[in-house]
Write a protein that binds this ligand. Structure first.
Ligand code: SF4
Length: 459
């Protein structure tokens, strides 16, 4: 067996497929991917560089057959990756059954885990060089500047907010396998990304569709769950000193567990929580996720656990049936919750949205007038909170710095997501030796505010 692969001898993977038609489909997907990447495959162990056993764990006989096959593959070849239903079975004391019975296997995954299996194959049998595929960066082609990138963790949404048609276009929530997400994140950090922006339609729901299935990353089990994902992303970012920023997080109780990770600096103390409204009746008419939650109390508790926390949110003013009292509730909420950054839309009907049929559509002038009143209050809160930064020293990620910053530059602190929040205008450094470089961090002493932005002296 050799880890060295040459163009003449493509790496060879032996494959054993057991179980039902669903398992067979999984095998087909893995075999297709192996072939696409230039591996040769065979049904025997003869001359194979490693063996994959796709198992079944349905009835006792199937379990026995699967365990026997793993044993045979281990004695004939020694390098075995196990996938399939048996891979997901618990053994005595809650450990993994396959690992308990055959501790020397290279990796174990559950069913429907093509990517995790491929990750394990890559880890133990590097794929052959392909000049076409290898020209594409490991993290895929990105349209953002090199130093920040969006990381999509799921597609679709299980909610049915009455003003939104996204689920009808994109379908229900489908979470990406956690191993894939983490692999992409690592590739992004390796390629120089200093800020990773986690996006989805509902980041806090990550993994709900998979029942928080255990996936694999680097041969380790990791749950498909927001808390676990965020913890792992923080770990991956640490050696690069990079930032991880969370967007579209709903105020579910589960987020309470993520906030301490922000307090320790593992991920940025920044939450983009699209609240849309404060009044429970409006939230119910909107059919918002977490509409029964006590958002004000929750945000206060988050701030107690992590005083640096910055909360960004978006709101809708003038939703059908919104009374003046309900709107006042929203204004009070923004003041009391001290929302750092708020955006607001005047309600506008979207074709196909259920809210169009709700009674009490407000005239356009009322909707617009409420939006303007909302923004006045929100900007006041935001300005006050921003002003507290004056005198502080902040870490700033430089987005632009012509001439290495001799005439200053523009960057962002942890409180500013790209495109949607403010910036830090960087003054020309006092120290002649100080240079500013795009995509690198600098420390800056905040000397003033300017609208939504801060002004800082690089130090
Ligand atoms: S607005 Fe509601 S339905 Fe639309 S994507 Fe967001 S959570 Fe899902």
């Amino acid at each position: 067996m050799s880890e060295n692969t040459t163009a003449e001898a493509a790496p060879k993977v032996g494959f054993v497929s057991l179980g039902c038609p669903k398992a067979l489909t999984d095998s087909e997907l893995i075999l297709t991917q192996l072939s696409a990447e230039g591996y040769t495959t065979s049904k025997t162990f003869e001359g194979a560089d490693l063996v994959i056993v796709n198992t079944c764990g349905f009835i006792d006989d199937a379990v026995k057959e699967s365990l026997d096959s793993i044993g045979e593959a281990l004695s004939a070849n020694g390098r075995v990756i196990v996938t399939g239903c048996l891979g997901a079975r618990e053994g005595e004391g809650g450990g993994n059954l396959v690992r308990q019975m055959h501790p020397s296997v290279l990796a174990v995954t559950g069913p429907h885990a093509t990517q995790e299996v491929m990750d394990a194959v890559h880890a133990h049998l590097p794929k052959p060089h392909d000049p076409f595929v290898d020209l594409v960066p490991a993290a895929g082609i990105k349209l953002t500047p090199r130093h920040y990138a969006y990381l999509k963790i799921s597609e679709g949404c299980n909610h049915r907010c009455t003003f939104c048609i996204i689920p009808s276009m994109r379908g229900d929530l489908v979470s990406r396998p956690v191993g894939d997400v983490l692999k992409e994140a690592r590739a992004l950090f390796e390629s120089g990304v200093k800020e990773l922006l986690v996006v989805s339609q509902d980041t806090s729901a990550y993994g709900v569709d998979t029942k928080y299935r255990t996936g694999f990353f680097d041969g380790r089990p990791v749950k498909t769950r927001m808390l676990d994902l965020v913890r792992e992303l923080g770990e991956l970012a640490r050696p690069y000193g990079a930032w991880v920023r969370l967007h579209y997080v709903y105020p579910y109780p589960s987020v309470d567990e993520v906030v301490p990770l922000m307090a320790t600096g593992a991920v940025l103390p920044y939450l983009d929580v699209p609240l849309q409204h404060s009044h429970p009746d409006v939230l119910r008419r909107m059919k918002r996720p977490a509409s029964g939650e006590k958002n004000l109390e929750r945000i206060r508790a988050w701030r107690e656990a992590c005083p640096e926390l910055v909360v960004r949110s978006t709101f809708i003013a003038g939703f059908p049936g919104e009374t003046e009292a309900e709107f006042q509730d929203l204004l009070d909420f923004v003041r009391e919750a001290q929302i750092d950054r708020a955006g607001c839309f005047a309600y506008s009907p979207v074709e196909g949205a259920a809210a169009n049929d709700l009674p009490g559509m407000l005239p356009a002038e009322v909707r617009e007038e409420r939006r303007a009143r909302f923004m006045e209050v929100a900007e006041q809160v935001s300005a006050e909170r921003l002003h507290r930064r004056v005198g502080a020293t902040m870490q700033v990620l430089v987005d632009s710095a012509p001439g290495l910053g001799r005439k200053g530059g523009v960057g962002r602190s942890y409180a500013d997501a790209p495109e949607i929040d403010g910036t830090v205008r960087l003054l020309p450094p006092e120290k002649l030796s100080k240079q500013l470089k795009v995509g690198e961090f600098t420390r800056a002493r905040i000397v003033a505010t300017e609208g939504h932005d801060l002004v800082g002296m690089p130090i």
